[in-house]
Design a protein around this ligand. Structure first.
Ligand code: ADP
Ligand code: AMP
Length: 213
């Protein structure tokens, strides 16, 4: 099963993608996590991506498409995957579409996690991330067992630089301009499904399972 998560930054794509990956036994592929891991390890790709990420801008398509296609060519993706944060532009979606068509394959579902902008701004300020294992928490909705420490790997949790309020508004503008058109793109392909992302995260997941079966 090949699934794409759509939705604004902070809509809960990552939270739901992890739950989907666990239940259906497919890898969770997040381009944001790949970039953050590269920044943490000080790679050239990381340095380049950081310039854009810190401003709430998208990393250029050429760079992003390459890392994504390399990742999904891995053996662990052969039975499917859940993409979180990719595609984010129409050109990215076209490249993915072409790569899949060449393999005689296609996306099964594009799930739009729908959350209005007002809720997003609140959520992002409360998000805490583990840059080591990619786990995500929320100071009110999903607090870690020990304040500021990742339950999974014991690393210190951080407020991502791009989750600071001044950057969140930029990211929302970029989302509306460049990413939202993907909703129509996948609707035209007949694979779009929309869930109400303002529900409790367990209920969002129930809605997704009802779609995926
Ligand atoms: P995205 O991957 O779309 O950027 P995340 O999954 O990281 O978003 O979620 C953003 C923040 O909101 C996180 O702190 C997460 O714990 C919290 N969150 C996710 N889903 C919900 C929900 N349904 N209700 C409330 N908070 C949520
Ligand atoms: P995320 O963790 O998905 O919220 O992504 C964090 C940041 O990484 C984004 O704001 C972008 O700067 C960058 N990024 C992640 N995925 C992509 C993508 N598909 N295209 C361009 N930039 C991306």
């Amino acid at each position: 099963m090949k699934i794409i998560m759509l939705g604004a930054p902070g809509a809960g794509k990552g939270t739901q993608a992890k739950m989907i990956a666990d239940k259906y036994g497919i890898p969770h592929v997040s381009t944001g996590d790949i970039f953050r891991a590269n920044i943490k390890n000080g790679t050239e790709l990381g340095m380049e991506a950081k310039k854009y990420m810190d401003q709430g801008l998208l990393v250029p398509d050429e760079l992003t498409v390459k890392i994504l296609l390399d990742r999904v060519a891995n053996e662990d993706c052969k039975n499917g995957y859940v993409l979180d944060g990719f595609p984010r532009t129409i050109p990215q979606a076209n490249v993915l579409d072409k790569a899949l068509t060449e393999l005689g394959d296609q996306i099964d579902f594009a799930i739009d996690v729908d959350v209005p902008d007002e809720n997003i701004v609140k959520r992002m300020g409360g998000r805490r991330a583990c840059l080591s294992c990619g786990a995500t928490y929320h100071i009110e909705h999903v607090p870690p067992k020990a304040e500021g420490i990742c339950d999974t790997c014991g690393e210190k949790l951080v407020l991502r630089d791009d989750d600071k309020p001044e950057t969140v508004q930029n990211r929302l503008n970029v989302y509306h301009e460049q990413t939202q058109p993907l909703i129509e793109f996948y609707e035209a392909k007949g694979v779009l499904r929309t869930v109400d992302g303002t529900q409790d995260m367990k209920d969002v997941f129930k809605s997704i399972v009802a779609i995926l079966g």
